[in-house]
Design a protein around this ligand. Structure first.
Ligand code: NDP
Length: 327
């Protein structure tokens, strides 16, 4: 494993990390979740990603039980939670980024994860009904209380992140350190263009999600979706519709050829491509099977095969196929 600084902070996260969206407490048995975390930890992964909304709190409960059972020293791993969507309740007091919910959600996540502090705490989406200054003050106070180590955002715009920094600077508060955006071969705009000024000015770190576009970049799907995958799960029809399009399937075919020329499987190729971006602090992996995680871990070494020529070839392949990638 290799490690990178989380933006300008002194915290070093493993280049690959493990997330639990749709899997823990939902798609997979708790025994599989435990096996995944063990493989991750044994291979040097030091960051496990979670959120209050994942399986409505159940994902954090499952992860908390595993962390307790494993008895890994607390100073060898990091765990996150995210606040905004609530853990099931939909009342205005149970969601959003106002002080009441951010504090209560933090306390609930600490209990479910059975930890004394969250290493990373994310505002899962921007909240148009709460002033950004209220959220910045609340996050600062949670850090001062020792309940959170670093705070950040997820799917905020560059201007919202800049506003949070301006508030923090004005009042001498701790500013957001990281953003959690989607980033993969199909989805690049935010990380490569919109956030570009923030890497130098505020030292933004990124913990990127869906490196395989929900498994589409594994190359295993036809247009119906692999029968044992999340894209065929009841209630996730919207995800299949968003991720599995004919245009993408055509691109997957072309990209697979480039990957094969490098001697890499498509998932390893797609994850390694994310790692080639120096503004990516960690790539959060998802897996429903241990074999997937074992395969995807090869991306750390595979990134070395991405010469400038290979990167140019990927650009040409995506452009030739009408990709909306930034120039
Ligand atoms: P990916 O895009 O990598 O999708 C992971 C899924 O792809 C797996 O669960 C599996 O699903 C399939 N897969 C993975 N590896 C392989 C392989 N080698 N071969 C075949 N299929 C494979 O990541 P996620 O979408 O899971 O996102 C990762 C994490 O990011 C989440 O767990 C969460 O922590 C975070 N996240 C954050 C969001 C946010 O808003 N902040 C939003 C979404 C995710 P299957 O077997 O079902 O096909």
């Amino acid at each position: 494993m290799r490690y990178r600084r989380l933006g300008r902070s002194g915290l070093q996260l493993s280049e690959l990390s493990l997330g639990s969206w749709l899997t823990f407490g939902k798609q997979i048995a708790d025994g599989t979740a435990e096996a995944l975390m063990k493989i991750a930890y044994d291979n040097g992964i030091n960051f496990f990603d979670n959120a209050e909304i994942y399986a409505r709190g159940e994902s954090e409960r499952v992860m908390g039980r595993i962390l307790k059972k494993m008895e890994w020293p607390r100073d060898t791993w990091c765990v996150s939670s995210k606040v905004f969507f609530g853990a099931g309740g939909k009342l205005p007091t149970q969601t959003g980024l106002h002080r009441k919910h951010v504090v209560e959600a933090c306390h609930d996540a600490l209990k479910r994860l059975q930890v004394e502090h969250l290493d990373l705490y994310f505002c899962h989406r921007p909240d148009p009904d709460t002033p950004i200054s209220e959220t910045v003050w609340t996050m600062h106070q949670l850090i001062m209380q020792g309940k959170v180590m670093y705070w950040g955002t997820s799917e905020w715009s560059a201007s919202e992140i800049a506003e949070a920094h301006a508030v923090a600077q004005e009042h001498h508060l701790l500013a957001p350190v990281m953003e959690q955006p989607q980033y993969n071969l199909f989805h690049r705009e935010k990380v490569e263009k919109e956030f570009a000024p923030l890497y130098d000015t505020v030292g933004l770190g990124t913990t990127i999600w869906s490196p395989l576009a929900s498994g589409v970049l594994s190359g295993k799907h036809d247009l119906e979706g692999d029968v044992s995958s999340r894209l065929r799960m009841a209630g996730l029809e919207w995800l299949k519709e968003r991720e599995l399009t004919a245009q993408r399937m055509a691109k997957v075919k072309e990209l697979k050829e480039v990957a094969e020329e490098l001697g890499l499987s498509l998932p390893v190729f797609a994850i390694a491509w994310c790692l080639r971006n120096p503004h990516v602090s960690t790539v959060i992996l998802g897996a429903s099977k241990t074999a997937q995680l074992e395969e995807n871990l090869k991306a750390v070494d595979a990134q070395d095969r991405f010469t400038t020529e290979v990167m140019d070839r990927v650009e040409k392949t995506l452009r030739a196929m009408g990709s909306s990638t930034p120039g």
